[in-house]
Design a protein around this ligand. Structure first.
Ligand SMILES: C[S@@+](CC[C@H](N)C(=O)[O-])C[C@H]1O[C@@H](n2cnc3c(N)ncnc32)[C@H](O)[C@@H]1O
Length: 236
């Protein structure tokens, strides 16, 4: 029930995901500019990219002078991240539902864009992110918006976290992608319960370049959000 096919899915998607990630409108002109806007200055900072996928975020952050360690469930994604970033950064396979192999207070920043949907229980994950962050360290994540998910999946019970499934066609052939949908309070309270203060929530707008690539979704995203970006700060 609390198991989904994320590993198999992202191993299959890795190559086309990496090929498209630089310009795919929902990533390049919606998620990334908004999620990145929540980060403090990253130059000289030590960043954990949790669920790094093909390493696009890592690439951007390293260009800005950060040192980045990327971890991901999918070996194929890690291979793409290494191909993209060459000898820059460090990328290893790791399942975020297991404890992190890092010492306490190692990182200034943890980012986790578009990953948490694939994890049922966020409590141990946020506890680990809190442990590896320095005091006052920043945790930034993006997720699909809980209200958008509720509508999209035609859920009958808003309050119960449930396994859902969607057919994606944006990365080549059709592929069934399973994830977990949850309420707004179940997105935010695990932060507060694991030593974070919520600092800012963004219901993002697409940046103008989105319109050139996909005018229909540009209009829709200006009327209703499908992602939500959150910045939290580790309590001292
Ligand atoms: C939609 S992609 C996002 C990739 C990247 N963060 C980005 O925004 O470009 C989701 C990623 O989460 C990873 N993932 C899913 N479940 C995970 C888990 N339990 N532990 C680590 N990574 C996971 C997948 O393998 C995939 O690379």
């Amino acid at each position: 029930m609390n198991e989904i096919n994320a590993l198999e899915t992202y191993n299959k998607l890795a190559k086309s995901y990496s090929d498209k990630i630089d310009y795919k409108p929902h990533n390049a002109f919606y998620d990334r500019p908004n999620t990145l806007s929540l980060l403090p200055e990253v130059a000289g900072k030590h960043v954990l990219d949790a669920g790094c996928g093909p390493g696009k975020y890592a690439e951007i952050l390293m260009e800005k002078g950060a040192t980045v360690i990327g971890i991901d469930l999918s070996l194929r994604m890690i291979e793409e991240a290494v191909m993209r970033n060459g000898s820059n950064g460090e990328f290893t396979v790791h399942d975020l539902t297991h404890p992190l192999g890092f010492e306490d207070q190692l990182f200034d920043i943890v980012i986790c864009p578009l990953v948490l949907e694939y994890i049922y229980d966020w409590q141990p994950v946020f506890k680990e992110f809190n442990r590896v962050l320095k005091p006052q360290g920043t945790f930034v994540f993006s997720i699909t918006h809980p209200f958008s998910d509720y509508t999209y999946y035609k859920s009958k019970d808003y309050f119960t976290t449930e396994k859902v499934s969607a057919t994606w066609t944006g990365f080549g052939g059709a592929i069934e992608v399973e994830s977990f949908r949850r309420s707004l309070m179940d997105c935010i309270n695990p932060l507060i319960e694991n030593g974070f203060t919520v600092d800012k929530i963004l219901e993002p707008l697409p940046v103008p370049e989105f319109e050139k690539h996909d005018p229909k979704h540009f209009k829709e995203l200006n009327e209703f959000p499908i992602f939500m970006c959150v910045r939290a700060v580790k309590n001292t």
